[in-house]
Write a protein of this length. Structure first.
Length: 379
């Protein structure tokens, strides 16, 4: 595995995302072939009248109306006749063109044309989208809503994808409901629960866990009915940062621990049996940004969707320094596609996090005003 030279123990972000992707099962679609021509008959593409183009602009007499789903054999279009037809209805025998209602004048059952029809006008011809047996989707295609529709069209409806169940548990002895000045409330728990809900997960917000290896191990061994556990805190180098060792002690597979990103270096991902543990750092900005990077990736993979690309691009309205040795995500306001850097005070700065619209990617050395860079938009 490629590690960065200046930080041999820190995994670059794309590789961390790739490792997470590769470690999770990704259900994909089987090969899909057309069971019949699409469309299976010539169809009207507009509301209007179906007629023979060979008769030019001659007036026509209306025989009746065909709606989508009607059997077209009810009528036969002959010289001097036409059939009123609605979008999606099959063309009656004899007709080869549609003249839209906007291009007609109707008096009783007589119509005059304002245009000269050509064969095939406003007709979706049989098989013009696909022929019977044609390959529609190769095996291994990720799921999306349009592909679900294509399967449904072929009579192969997929079951609705159940929401992935995500548990959220903060860690830290300092987290209490009514804090003394040396304690704090759990803000990460509600934040991550809200983010997971917005990203489409079914969320269970748990009470915060103490910094106690036995309590952490018990929570990990009895996670309840969830597929992903989002923890925050306890993954860095402090003496109370027990999560990595507890996971290892339980025989978990550590996918990665520590990534090349500021903020959010201590990020950990592990598999404990089927349970994916995303061990987010405790600082709110780090927890938020890592959840925004890794949770959509995990959800997409587990749901069989394509890997999401959370990045947008914007131009910086002011220079941002980065004297560190990791890429920096810097809080910004987003105004008409421009990134206005905020005076962020680092990874503990929940106030600036709550004011930010996006986080700009700042390479080592910093970026000048006017430079375009990618950014993560806050959800
Ligand atoms: P840790 O990663 O556990 O060392 O925590 C890093 C910092 O984030 C510490 O200042 C913690 O108090 C703070 N922190 C940890 N968990 C939370 C939480 N759930 N809500 C708010 N702040 C937290
Ligand atoms: Mg802690």
């Amino acid at each position: 595995m490629a590690m960065s030279c200046d930080h041999p123990d820190l995994l670059p972000l794309p590789e961390a995302l790739g490792r997470l992707w590769a470690a999770l099962p990704g259900p994909t679609l089987a090969e899909l072939r057309a069971g019949r021509d699409d469309p299976a008959t010539d169809r009207a593409a507009m509301d209007g009248v179906a007629l023979r183009s060979a008769d030019g602009r001659a007036p026509r007499r209306l025989l009746g109306t065909l709606f989508a789903g009607d059997d077209p054999a009810t009528f036969a279009v002959t010289p001097g006749t036409a059939v009123r037809i609605m979008t999606g209805a099959a063309l009656p025998p004899g007709a080869d063109a549609i003249v839209p209602v906007e291009q007609l004048e109707t008096e009783g059952t007589q119509i005059q044309l304002r245009v000269t029809p050509d064969p095939g006008d406003h007709v979706r011809s049989r098989g013009d989208q696909a022929r019977t047996g044609e390959l529609l989707l190769p095996a291994g295609t990720p799921r999306n809503a349009a592909r679900v529709a294509l399967l449904a069209q072929e009579g192969l409806a997929l079951p609705a994808q159940p929401r992935i169940r995500v548990g959220v548990a903060s860690t830290g002895n300092e987290l209490v409901a009514s804090p003394a000045p040396y304690q704090i409330r759990d803000s990460n728990g509600p934040m991550l629960a809200e983010l997971a809900r917005v990203l489409g997960a079914e969320v269970q917000l748990r009470p915060a866990l103490p910094d106690d290896p036995a309590a952490l191990a018990a929570a990990l061994l009895n996670p309840g009915d969830i597929r992903i556990l989002l923890t925050s805190g306890g993954v860095s180098m402090g003496e109370h940062d027990h999560l990595p060792a507890v996971l290892e002690g339980l025989g978990a597979t550590i996918l990665f621990h520590k990534i090349r990103l500021k903020p959010g270096k201590p990020m950990l991902a592990a598999l404990l049996g089927d349970l994916l543990v995303l061990g987010l750092p405790g600082n709110p900005v780090s927890a938020y940004l890592n959840a925004l990077l890794f949770l959509p990736q995990a959800l997409a993979r587990l749901e069989g969707r394509a890997a999401p690309d959370p990045w947008r691009r914007g131009r910086l309205t002011a220079a941002v320094k980065n004297k560190g040795d990791r890429p920096l995500l810097h809080p910004c306001r987003l105004r008409e596609g421009q990134l206005e850097p905020l005076p962020g005070k680092g990874s503990a700065d929940l106030v600036t996090l709550a004011q930010a619209d996006a986080f700009a990617w700042i390479e080592q050395g910093g970026l000048e005003a006017g430079v375009k860079t990618r950014c993560l938009v806050v959800v």
